[in-house]
Write a protein that binds this ligand. Structure first.
Ligand code: OSB
Ligand code: MG
Length: 368
């Protein structure tokens, strides 16, 4: 396959409700989509990157520059482009895992469409539907939080993740646990705590949580391992896990018992599969994280979550939990699950009229 051009699409998608984490509030998702134009047809990918460099160092403006100046030209030079060839071809560029993941996804989509194979099938998926989960942002007050969770439970979400931070942790978790005694409940700190919060975090053990996600800085595997020795609640790592090797190291150090896999954080669907495979070898369960993706990134996440090692429900919700209008056909929750797309490639189609309505900026990059 030969890459002829890549169209970079930037589209501001207003969220149905603002999403607050320990590192800020998102009201509009700045979505980056990539359309790969090849001699075998087209494919779409999503670079799951945020407007600010608060989750990791990558952010939209920087990702757009690195795509246009470095990543797309490097791929356009290849005579035999495949999804497998993307990562090695881009290895000179350090970082920018979500930009690389978006490109790989677009090439993978084009390649699989040409072959008539679904992404789930190509990755080794074993499920035709995946259980939904929802990530609930930090709420202005306890009443608002409990009402929000209640709406999700009524909509079929049997697993709920609460965002926490110092000053908004034990109380909100207690309020939700008191109201929903059977709910599969977990919390995510996005690295908001320090080793000095160790004793305070042990207080989470009273709420029968499925896991505590990323309490400490991503570099600090030792702090996670120290907490894991005393906390009964299993620790899951998100930000810390950027490759299969780092996953193996974290597991070896007993810094985590569960791994969150995000396509954009680990540099692509194929790397995500590699993290999954390594964790499976080591007997560690994984689940699919989310970055408030549009339908393109969501299709990739759902395909990934159809792999056998994804034994916990992911942060995979219906499109209507995020957006009034998605850029593809919406993902709809049915019986607490999302269907894994069966069509070739990602199995979803971008609706150009929605891009137009949302005022998307589109820019074609071709080799000079
Ligand atoms: O830490 O999992 C996270 C969203 C943006 C950045 C980081 C995270 C999240 C979520 C959202 O929790 C999950 C979703 O896409 O629904
Ligand atoms: Mg997280």
């Amino acid at each position: 396959m030969k890459l002829e051009a890549v169209e970079i699409v930037r589209v501001a998608m207003p969220l149905v409700t603002p999403f607050r984490t320990s590192f800020g509030t998102t009201t509009t998702r700045e979505v980056v989509l990539l359309r790969a134009v090849t001699d075998q047809g087209e494919g779409w990918g999503e670079a799951a990157v945020h407007a600010e460099p608060f989750y990791n160092e990558e952010f939209v403006d920087a990702a757009l520059i690195v795509l246009e100046r470095f990543l797309v030209p490097m791929l356009c030079e290849l005579d035999h482009l495949t999804a497998e060839a993307v990562r090695p071809a881009l290895r000179l560029v350090k970082g920018y895992p979500a930009a690389k993941a978006g490109l790989e996804m677009a090439i993978f989509d084009a390649e699989l469409r040409a072959q008539g194979i679904s992404a789930s099938h190509a990755l080794g998926g074993v499920r035709t539907r995946v259980p939904v989960g929802v990530s609930v942002g930090i709420s202005p007050n306890l009443g608002h939080l409990v009402d929000t969770v209640e709406r999700y439970v009524e909509a079929g979400y049997a697993r709920v993740k609460l965002k926490i931070e110092p000053g908004a942790d034990l109380e909100p978790v207690a309020a939700v646990r008191e109201r929903f005694s059977d709910l599969a409940l977990q919390v995510d700190a996005n690295a908001a705590y320090g080793p000095g919060d160790h004793a305070h975090l042990l207080g989470l053990d009273t709420f029968d949580l499925v896991m505590l996600e990323q309490p400490f800085a991503r570099e600090d595997l030792a702090a996670h391992a120290t907490l894991a020795r005393e906390l009964r609640t299993p620790i899951c790592l998100d930000e810390s896990i950027t490759s299969a090797d780092l996953a193996a190291q974290a597991i070896e150090l007993e810094a985590c018992a569960i791994v969150n896999i995000k396509v954009g954080r680990v540099g692509g669907l194929l790397s995500a599969k590699a993290v999954h495979d390594r964790c499976q070898d080591l007997g560690v369960p994984v689940w699919c994280g989310g970055m408030l993706e549009s339908g393109i990134g969501r299709a990739a996440n759902v395909a990934l979550a159809s792999l056998p090692g994804f034994t916990y429900p992911g942060d995979l919700s219906g499109s209507d939990r995020y957006f009034h209008q998605d850029v593809t056909e919406p993902f709809v929750v049915e019986d607490s699950h999302l269907a894994v797309p069966e069509g070739p490639g990602l199995g979803v189609t971008v609706r150009p009229e929605v891009l137009d309505e949302l005022g998307a900026e589109r820019h074609l990059v071709r080799p000079s």
